[in-house]
Design a binder for this molecule. Structure first.
Ligand code: RVP
Length: 478
């Protein structure tokens, strides 16, 4: 029977947070630490969306550097996605455990390609399991003959150190020898690791980075609920992914619940996030299946037309509130995903009970997203598209096999659009604005931390007139 009772569904623009007495004298005093999932913490409550125009390794590295996390999208082959995870993990390691190596008889051309594919500037040359040289950009800068052999261009006198070396001693050796890379070699000549000055600089330059137990940047990766999702999960976990995100538009479905159960059974230690849901029942069922965080948002995304096409969805603030109540009962964090346009929206989502906020369009126009900057009518843009858009589905069909090349694309019902967002420079400046705004938002709520805001927050529902008053009004904005 159809229920004819209507509940009220509200979103960010329907409410404001009521200002409270505050003893915060500088917003820097506020603490943005939060939980991403049952066992993972972040230094800022921001996540980059698992979308093919938002998060590959470039975005994930940046998000981790500034204290958040990026989720590598799943519309790649397993190998491609694993490589993206590895790039993130290697980007900020204090010590690289398994540095990339080449053999002395490989051609310089193949070694350069190998290094370029992995975004590294140098390779250790190993023969019979032992280090015999190092090949860096300096060795190949003027080497135009790609067919010559690595052994003929490599630097043979390599400065090395013992695997147990202290970081300050490693820094000293790098400085004294004016070198960039210090291979760690054991008594029998085997490579046990690599310390680079770039990685040392990175750890010093980004003191608030979110890191795993080995000091490497945190990164997550998305999987689907069909096809290769188990094999993909295993490969991503092996590569060091800190969390797996089961990603499906309608997460309150048997498919999603089954996939969560399989993954938790196969990989009990996997920190597992799943979504998207928009109701208490959805959150309850995913938590019952074993997830460590629930991703909330159906139809709220800027590029999403699910509500238009299917008539389904729940306004984001209500969805977050309903799911957060269940999350609190089970001590499972909630991620608000979709519809965040400003730091004010993010603050409202956090106050409503989300522990973190996932963002797509806000980050879509930055240098760190995949894709190039386009110019149209003198303005610069980047492409940002829904993962359920026609263009994205074409991109994924040969990779995931969930749309067969023989399928009639006229049957494909898109629930997302292709769009453009203004080019916005580096993600660093966006995150600075977002975190600054959230910190001020905490201060207006008289809260020192996100948790405290969640306990103190009071929303007031506003009218159209109240909303209009909240925007710049009766002036010409310059
Ligand atoms: P937004 O930040 O408002 O741009 O929303 C991003 C979110 O939108 C994603 O994290 C995802 O949940 C959702 N999305 C992505 N693709 C689509 C779609 O094609 N409908 N929706």
């Amino acid at each position: 029977r159809v229920s004819l009772e209507f509940r009220e569904g509200l979103t960010f623009d329907d409410v404001l947070l009521v200002p409270k007495r505050s003893d915060i004298t500088s917003r820097i005093q506020t603490d943005l630490n939060t939980r991403l999932s049952r066992n993972l913490s972040l230094n800022i409550p921001l996540i980059s969306a698992n979308m093919d125009t938002v998060t590959e390794s470039g975005m994930a590295v940046a998000m981790a550097r500034y204290g958040g996390i990026g989720i590598i999208h799943r519309f790649l082959t397993v190998k491609e996605q694993v490589d993206e995870v590895l790039k993130v993990k290697r980007s900020g390691s204090i010590m690289i455990e398994n540095p990339y190596t080449v053999g002395p008889d490989q051609t310089v051309g193949s070694a350069i390609d190998y290094a370029r594919d992995r975004d590294v500037s140098g390779l250790l040359v190993v023969s019979g399991g032992r280090l015999i040289g190092i090949m860096t950009e300096r060795d190949t800068a003027f080497e135009l003959n790609r067919s010559s052999l690595v052994r003929d261009v490599m630097t043979k006198d390599v400065v090395t150190a013992d695997p147990g070396i202290a970081m300050k001693d490693a820094k000293q050796i790098l400085y004294q020898n004016r070198i960039e890379k210090l291979p760690l070699v054991d008594a029998s000549g085997r490579v046990r690791g690599l310390i680079t000055s770039k990685d040392i600089r990175n750890t010093e330059d980004y003191p608030h980075a979110s890191k795993d137990k080995k000091g490497r940047p945190l990164v997550g990766a998305a999987v689907g609920v069909k096809g290769d999702f188990m094999e993909r999960t295993e490969a991503l976990l092996d590569a060091g992914a800190d969390t797996i995100v089961v990603d499906i538009a309608h997460g309150h479905s048997e498919n999603a619940i089954r996939a969560v159960g399989h993954i938790k059974k196969g990989f009990p230690d996997c920190e597992l996030i799943a979504g998207n849901v928009a109701t208490a029942g959805g959150a309850e069922d995913l938590i019952g299946a074993g997830v460590d965080a629930v991703k909330v948002g159906v139809g709220s995304g800027s590029i999403c037309i699910t509500r238009v096409i299917t008539g389904s969805g729940v306004p984001q603030l209500t969805a977050v509130m309903d799911c957060a109540k269940v999350g609190r009962d089970h001590d499972i964090p909630i991620i608000s995903d979709g519809g965040t346009r400003t730091s004010g929206d993010a603050t409202k989502a956090l106050a409503a009970g989300a522990s973190t906020v996932m963002m797509g369009s806000i980050l879509g126009g930055t240098d760190e997203t995949p894709g190039t900057v386009l110019t149209k009518n003198g303005k610069q843009f980047k492409v940002y598209r829904g993962m359920a858009s026609l263009a994205a589905s074409l991109g994924r069909k040969t990779k995931e096999g969930d749309v067969s090349p023989d399928d009639d694309l006229n049957d494909y019902v898109a629930e997302g659009v292709e769009a453009m967002v203004s080019y916005r420079g580096s993600v660093k400046d966006i995150l600075r604005q977002m975190t600054g705004g959230i910190r001020s938002g905490l201060s207006y709520c008289g809260a020192h931390s996100i948790r405290q805001m969640q306990q103190n927050a009071e929303f007031v529902k506003i009218s159209r007139a109240g909303f209009a008053e909240s925007q710049p009004h009766d002036v010409s904005v310059m």
